[in-house]
Design a protein around this ligand. Structure first.
Ligand code: GRF
Length: 228
């Protein structure tokens, strides 16, 4: 809380693009209900009128609209105009299921972020959880990254690692990864809003970041019994 008599700091204005359920949008809405959170959502755009995320925006009193994606360039032009008008300083893709026009990506360069349910660069594109299971990896997770023209590429801001369980199917793995997404996306937006991210080529330096020191092993049982 800002001390009494002191005006609270202006918050970073965020526009969010969705296509469906909007649970990541909800995580950002929930984070921003704390007045000390350094960002606020000023506009939600969906390319689909039936997206459940639109009702979440409405419920939170956030401006929202549908822009049908009939044509990639027309969508980009309309979305860009709406976002500029809203004063958005960051655009967050949250389950936005269309490929963005490269002109749009360029004009929002370094102010456009995405969340993807895998440890990129592994498993970009559709059905990343299915891809992870098919590849037999022991860990998957999620990634928040700056957006570049090629799908699911760009400097990585944050990742969460989620172990694959022996009885996982696509849905079970997706559900556990989603829980991590809901924590990591608000954190990444906070880091951006606090001005703590510096893009150095394909890497992102985060001031004051503390990476974990431990390694994760999966499975762990054999290691424990052999004393490693
Ligand atoms: C999430 O898994 C996100 O990572 C991916 O699409 C899904 C959207 O879910 N890009 P929701 O609409 O945020 O619930």
């Amino acid at each position: 809380m800002a001390p009494p008599g002191k005006r609270p700091k202006p918050r970073l204005k965020v526009g969010v693009l969705i296509s469906g359920r909007g649970s990541n949008l909800q995580a950002l809405i929930d984070a921003a209900t704390d007045r000390d959170y350094p960002a606020e959502i000023v506009l939600v755009i969906s390319n689909r009128p039936e997206a459940a995320g639109l009702a979440r925006a409405a419920g939170a009193g956030i401006a929202h609209r549908t822009i049908p994606h009939t044509d990639r360039q027309a969508f980009a032009a309309e979305a860009d105009a709406a976002l500029r008008q809203s004063g958005a300083e960051l655009v967050a893709l949250a389950g936005f299921m269309r490929i963005l026009d490269t002109g749009f990506v360029e004009s929002w360069r370094d102010q456009l972020v995405n969340i993807h349910p895998s440890l990129l660069p592994a498993f970009p594109g559709l059905h990343p959880q299915r891809q992870a299971l098919a590849a037999g990896v022991r860990f998957s997770g999620c990634t928040v990254h700056f957006v570049r023209a090629e799908v699911d590429t760009g400097p990585i801001i944050a990742q969460a690692v989620v172990p694959v369980q022996p009885d996982d199917d696509e849905e079970r793995l997706a559900t556990r990864i989603l829980a991590a997404e809901h924590r990591i996306y608000p954190m990444a937006v906070r880091l951006f809003a606090e001005g703590r991210l510096r893009i150095l080529g394909n890497r992102v330096a985060i001031s004051g970041a503390v990476p974990p020191e431990i390694a994760l092993f999966n499975p762990t049982e054999a290691l424990a019994s052999s004393g490693v």
